[in-house]
Design a protein. Sequence first.
Length: 235
Amino acid sequence: MRTPMPHLLVRWALITASIATLLFVSAGTIRIPSMRNYLVSFSFLLLVTMLAVDPTLAQERADPAEPATDDSRIAAGVLFLLTLAVAGFSVGHLRARLNVPAAIRYWALGLFMLSTALQTWAMIVNPFFSPLVRIQSEHGHHLITTGPYQFVRHPGYLAMSISIPTSALAVGSWLALLPAIAFVLIVQYRRQIEDQFLHKNLIGYVDYAEQVPCRAISSAIRERHQFRFSRFDHE
């Protein structure tokens, strides 16, 4: 059953207001253009995601059927909020030369939007996109190989590993990369755990893993080498 539109919009407004409050309070001002640009982009993409994802997935993410087995999800959430708080404080209170130049902020904002769109795409394609590492047998969990899963095994983790560091840069802070990098390390730890779990528990995953890499970069490198070897074979 799909969440009623008024309830969805209230959730979206509360999340947006919370992020806006965190940014503006930490910065001590609302007059920083990069901060406002980031907030508008974040809010827009959040709304698109909330409208687009399967209602079953939305319920699973909001209220998982099983308790978490570790604290990494909580730690990742805290580090995301800390990244924004440090970024806001940095651009609001530190000297301009200690922060990110305006041109880089715009490029980072573009990467943030692309990576968030990738995560939304993965969530639309994969109705089992859970914050917990588990097999959702109650929902008929099966292997997903379409959409971004054709190119990388864990597009959601890849997207988050890009979107949080670029959030720091889009707001305008070099310093905020420190908690952002810690966030990426936790995400990669969770990716490894999930990959090992799916190898053992999800039917068809072993064969799928042999064809599709964990990282998009490794895929690009592999394809480049394959191209070189095939070229040499024909020379």
